[in-house]
Design a binder for this molecule. Structure first.
Ligand code: FES
Length: 101
């Protein structure tokens, strides 16, 4: 469904729902999950519908995930780090301060 572009072949691995995902260094979590064929990132609190990234630029919040040690974050704005553990966001949003570095 999605095709990678670019030539960065440095790999990192992380975990999403107990599944090991192989990503390229510099990928956002959203890009890595989509490239791995994972389309559902969270459940809407109102009706439990399954949601996934829409804008990929930090505007829609459809890509929310929970990152171990960091809390709820927009997957399209967070870069993958080797060994990080990620799971779908559940419930209402409680965003924390976001460090852009
Ligand atoms: S996909 Fe819209 S904020 Fe991440």
């Amino acid at each position: 469904m999605f095709k990678r572009i670019g030539k960065n072949e440095q790999q990192v691995t992380f975990e999403f729902l107990h599944r090991t995902v192989i990503a390229r260094e510099g990928d956002t979590i959203a890009a890595a999950l989509l490239a791995a064929g994972i389309l559902e990132f969270r459940q809407a609190p109102e009706d439990q519908s399954r949601r996934g990234p829409y804008c990929m630029i930090g505007n829609c919040f459809e890509c929310l995930v929970q990152i171990e040690g960091l809390g709820s974050r927009q997957a399209c704005r967070e870069r993958v780090r080797n060994g990080m553990r990620v799971k779908p966001h559940r419930g209402r949003i409680e965003l924390e301060e976001h460090d852009e570095t």
